[in-house]
Design a protein around this ligand. Sequence first.
Ligand SMILES: [Zn+2]
Ligand SMILES: [Zn+2]
Length: 120
Amino acid sequence: MDVRSFKCCKGVKAANYFRLLCMNIYHASCIERKNTMEKVEGCRILCSIECKKEYLKRKEESAMLDVKAEQLARKCSEQQEEILALQETLDHKEIENKELIQQHKQERQDKDLLIKRLKR
Ligand SMILES: [Zn+2]
Ligand SMILES: [Zn+2]
């Protein structure tokens, strides 16, 4: 780790450091010392007001995405149900059509038979 990359105290070497959400790097001991830093969701640390704003924005965005994903999933399952209902209607229609065709064939045969008998 380059000593210049530390956000808290430049030029001080340390083995223990953290890269925060904002990508700034802090010594672990500096984070402990500075208790102005806000800890959120366990181990996430916000080092400034800007970071907090960014964090809250991202959190809001992700919540909005969750809502959108949920809406899409609901829409998807509604459409699935619609498709199933349509499929069922189609199946019924197919059976009805087959019965009609069968009925038609039978009537034709009956008619042919009748014509043959009359011709004799
Ligand atoms: Zn430091
Ligand atoms: Zn930060």
